[in-house]
Design a protein around this ligand. Structure first.
Ligand code: ASP
Length: 329
C-alpha cells in the first residue's frame, strides 16, 4: 500500500513540476549595433573588442531589468540608452554627421501590449533620443515629432538641451571629411554603421522594441530613414513579435520590414525564425536592401537575421543563452 501511495505522490509531483516548468516564462533580450560591410581590418587586431564590450554592457543592463521583474519597455530603453552614450555606435554621442557636419538624430519605441508608440526625427540637441521618443509615446497625443518641434516638446517636458558638439566625435568629423573629399563611400565605412536597437520580452509576456540612429553619414535635406518610422525600423505587438531593424533605410521603409516580420507570423502562422528569415533573406534581399533585424516573440524566442556580411549583435535569455557576435560565424 505504502509504495503505491508514494508512486502516486511522486507522479503528481512530477506532473506538477513539468507543468510549472512549462509555465515559467522565458525572458529574452536581443540588441544590435548596426549591420553592413564590417571589414576585419577596420576592427583592429583585437577583433573589435571595444564594440563587443559595448554590446555586452548594453545587453546585460537590459537583461538585468528583465531579471529584476522590470518591463520589456524599461529593458529596451536601458539597453539603447547605453549604446547611445557609447561613442562607437551611430546613435546619440558618436552619431554620424550630416552634410553640414551636424549630428541629426532619429529614434522610436513601441510597446507590444497595446501598440502605443513614440518617435522623434531630426533632433540635434537631445542627449538620449530614445528617452524623448518614449516621452512622445507616454506624454503626448502623437506618435512622431520632428526637428525643432520635437525639441520644443523636450523643453516643455523639462529636458535640458545639449549643444550639437556633444555628439560630434573626432572620428565622425574625420569620417565626414573623408567622404566629402571623395575618399570614402558612406555605405562602405565601418564608421557609417552602428545604428542601435533592442527588443525584449518580459515575465508578463509583453514585448517591446526600440531603435536609435544618426541615420546615414553625409545625409542632406533633412533626410529621415526607417529607424523612427513605426512599421519600417521598429514594431512591437504581443500577438506576434517585437522587431528593430538596421540597414539601408530607403529599402526598409518601402518594404515596411519590421511590420512585415510580425505580419508574416500572424497571417501565415509561421514561427518567428521563419518569418524573420523570409523577410530578410528573400523579400528584402531580392529588393536590393542590405541589413538585418533582431526580433523576439512573446514566448521568448529570438531571431537575429541579416543579409549583410556582418551585424553587431547580442542575445541573452533565461534559458542560459548569452551571445555577442559580429560576423556570421
Ligand atoms: N537604418 C538607418 C537609416 O537608414 C541606418 C542604419 O541602420 O545603418 O537611417
Amino acid at each position: 500500500m505504502l509504495p503505491r501511495t508514494s508512486v502516486w505522490i511522486a507522479s503528481i509531483w512530477l506532473t506538477m513540476s513539468v507543468v510549472q516548468a512549462k509555465e515559467t516564462p522565458v525572458i529574452t533580450i536581443a540588441i544590435h549595433g548596426g549591420a553592413g560591410v564590417i571589414a576585419r581590418e577596420q576592427l583592429g587586431p583585437d577583433g573589435g573588442q571595444a564594440y563587443r564590450d559595448g554590446l555586452a554592457a548594453a545587453l546585460d543592463a537590459g537583461y538585468a531589468v528583465l531579471e529584476n521583474g522590470g518591463s520589456s519597455l524599461d529593458a529596451v530603453s536601458a539597453a539603447v540608452r547605453l549604446l547611445e552614450d557609447n561613442p562607437l555606435f551611430n546613435a546619440g554621442r558618436g552619431a554620424v554627421l550630416n552634410h553640414e557636419g551636424e549630428a541629426e538624430l532619429d529614434a522610436s519605441i513601441m510597446d507590444g501590449r497595446d501598440l502605443r508608440a513614440g518617435a522623434i526625427a531630426g533632433v540635434k540637441h537631445v542627449r538620449n533620443p530614445i528617452d524623448l521618443a518614449r516621452r512622445v509615446m507616454e506624454h503626448s497625443p502623437h506618435v512622431l515629432l520632428h526637428g525643432s518641434g520635437a525639441e520644443e516638446f523636450a523643453l516643455q517636458q523639462g529636458y535640458t538641451l545639449v549643444p550639437n558638439d556633444y555628439f560630434r566625435t573626432p572620428a565622425r568629423k574625420a569620417q565626414l571629411e573623408r567622404i566629402l573629399r571623395g575618399q570614402a563611400q558612406p555605405k562602405n565605412e565601418l564608421a557609417a554603421l552602428g545604428t542601435v536597437g533592442a527588443v525584449a520580452v518580459d515575465r508578463a509576456g509583453n514585448v517591446a522594441a526600440a531603435t536609435s540612429t544618426g541615420g546615414m553619414a553625409d545625409k542632406r535635406w533633412s533626410r529621415i530613414g526607417d529607424s523612427p518610422i513605426i512599421g519600417a525600423g521598429t514594431y512591437a505587438d504581443n500577438a506576434s513579435c517585437a522587431v528593430s531593424a538596421t540597414g539601408h533605410g530607403e529599402f526598409f521603409m518601402r518594404k515596411v520590414v519590421a511590420y512585415d516580420v510580425c505580419a508574416m507570423m500572424q497571417y501565415k502562422g509561421w514561427s518567428l525564425e521563419r518569418a524573420a528569415r523570409e523577410v530578410v533573406q528573400t523579400k528584402l534581399k531580392e529588393f536590393g536592401g542590405e541589413g538585418g533585424i533582431i526580433a523576439v516573440d512573446a514566448k521568448g524566442n529570438a531571431a537575429l537575421e541579416f543579409n549583410s556580411p556582418g551585424m553587431f549583435r547580442g542575445v541573452r535569455d533565461s534559458k542560459g543563452r548569452r551571445e555577442i557576435a559580429i560576423y556570421d560565424k
